[in-house]
Ligand binder design. Structure first.
Ligand code: FAD
Length: 455
């Protein structure tokens, strides 16, 4: 094939054997009905190579699937017919940390956890914290606008991207801004690429905003006899005049599953638990802690437990982050949803999820960033079992329609990819959806970049 001959001229770092390509047919999302193999997987070393590859693909009308670690839940890295995969694993350098200007310049495949370890040396901090930050990358986080428990206080990925080097579908290389904190010279195209799921451009470099690392972190676990008290407590905390760095909610089943597979002393008989972390100067944190304890008691917490030191703090977070892998030990497939509801509707939504889980006999473990109303029901099931599979489809339909009816949106941080495409029109204003399609057409006329995903 002429295309592959030309591709090999640009890079010798290329996989073509069926057994190698098979690995790239999957990501963390549920297994596709039909497994599609890419024509090739390439590992470019720099922006110029990416640009040449894009230009060639555009010429031959071959789709490009950008891929980092493949840990997304939405099928965003699944191959489509007649595509190649661009794997960014060779573009993984921290180019510069500039303490004076509070920025870092990085290649896309820098792992978020590794970046924060390096930033520790400078007493700096990059707040976006997807639970799997030990493996997930800056490029993946930019493409999905990833967040995590800390989003409540610090915002998500979009709030920390200052400038991007992007390769467009036709190979053109652009810088979206300057390396400065503010810029309204022209449109804010930096943000256009954040959350665009690799459908508008390929991220080849990112300039990140950094902030000083908080001196102290203090984690409090508050247990409740019922979900209503726990969610009311979230609002009581928010209305008290300070912002904890996390306000995460976990239901009984999730507490029990975490404790079963990664024991860390959680109280498994409680109906709900809040993980509330305070951070900042030690004196401020201690002051806020007194106010927090008072609110928790008045809100009906049955038990309040304080992590004694950084090590215990980290152990509890590690256990919380392991919830997904703990669930995979119950059933072969775990599907994580990512609904954002108005905070006043958290209880309704959690109850509806529990009701549907019973009705369709599908295990649901519910957790979420309650401070943002971003709830993650995790469904554990066996997709090879036709009854469970069909029941899950019905459950999902009912849950998503219900979510939309209470003013929710369908993804807060995991993206649409292939998995949620069917439901996307429900979540978007029709004219806004058309505008998005027109932007895609303008930037990628032949639908080369991550075709078949998102909008
Ligand atoms: C256990 C677990 C926990 C998780 N917890 C969270 C969480 O707390 N918060 C959260 O937000 N998410 C979470 N996620 C999902 C999350 O969206 C992804 O894990 C992560 O952001 C994707 O990173 P990745 O490096 O694996 O990217 P991939 O999965 O490889 O890619 C993600 C998307 O980015 C695109 N892409 C990759 N690189 C580029 C590039 N250079 N240019 C353009 N497009 C690109 C891909 O095409 C794809 O659409 C979790 C996932 C798992 C498995």
């Amino acid at each position: 094939m002429d295309f592959l001959k030309e591709l090999k001229k640009i890079t010798s770092d290329i996989l073509l054997k069926k057994e190698d390509l098979y690995v790239y047919a999957h990501d963390t999302s549920q297994n596709p009905e039909e497994l599609i193999l890419p024509l090739a997987v390439v590992f470019p070393k720099n922006t110029q190579e990416v640009s040449k590859i894009a230009k060639l693909c555009n010429e031959y009308k071959i789709s490009i699937v950008p891929r980092a670690q493949g840990t997304n839940h939405c099928g965003g890295t699944r191959p489509v017919k007649n595509c190649i995969v661009i794997h960014f694993s060779k573009m993984n350098k921290i180019i510069k940390i500039d303490k004076e200007n509070l920025i870092a310049e990085v290649e896309p495949n820098v792992v978020i956890g590794d970046l924060n370890k390096k930033l520790d040396e400078f007493n700096l901090f990059f707040p976006p914290d997807p639970s799997n930050m030990a493996v997930s990358t800056i490029g993946g986080a930019i493409a999905l606008c990833a967040g995590g428990p800390r989003t409540f206080k610090y915002g998500n990925t979009k709030d920390y991207i200052i400038n991007l080097e992007i390769v467009l579908a036709d190979g053109t290389i652009i810088q979206t801004s300057k390396n400065v904190a503010k810029n309204v010279s022209g449109y804010n195209i930096t943000s256009l690429f954040v959350g665009s799921e690799g459908t508008l451009g390929l991220v080849c470099k990112a300039v990140l905003k950094l902030i000083p690392k908080p001196q102290t972190r203090l984690l409090t676990l508050a247990y409740f006899d019922n979900l209503i008290d726990a969610t009311k407590c979230v609002n009581n905390v928010i209305n008290s005049g300070f912002i904890p760095s996390t306000l995460d909610l976990i239901d009984k089943f999730t507490i029990q599953t975490i404790e079963k597979f990664n024991p860390c002393g959680l109280l498994t008989e409680s109906e709900a638990m809040l993980l509330i972390e305070l951070d900042g100067f030690e004196k401020c944190v201690k002051y806020e802690l007194e106010i927090l304890k008072d609110i928790l008691e008045k809100s009906g917490a049955t038990s309040i437990v304080q992590a004694k030191n950084d090590e215990e703090n980290e152990n509890i977070w590690r256990a919380r982050r392991s919830a997904f892998s703990a669930l995979t030990q119950l059933k072969p497939n775990v599907i994580t949803e990512d609904i954002v509801v108005p905070k006043s509707k958290i209880v309704d939504f959690v109850k509806k999820t529990q009701e549907l889980s019973k009705k369709y006999n599908i295990i649901a473990a519910i957790m979420g960033h309650a401070g943002d109303g971003n709830i993650h029901p995790n469904f554990a099931l066996d997709l090879e079992n036709e009854i469970e599979k069909n029941n899950f489809e019905k459950l999902k339909d009912e849950l998503f329609f219900y979510a939309i009816s209470i003013g929710a949106t369908l993804s807060g941080e995991h993206g649409i990819g292939i998995q949620k495409q069917k439901y996307l029109p429900l979540a978007l204003d029709k004219n806004a959806h058309n505008l998005m399609k027109n932007i895609k057409k303008l930037l990628d006329t032949d639908n080369i970049l991550n075709s078949g995903k998102s909008i």
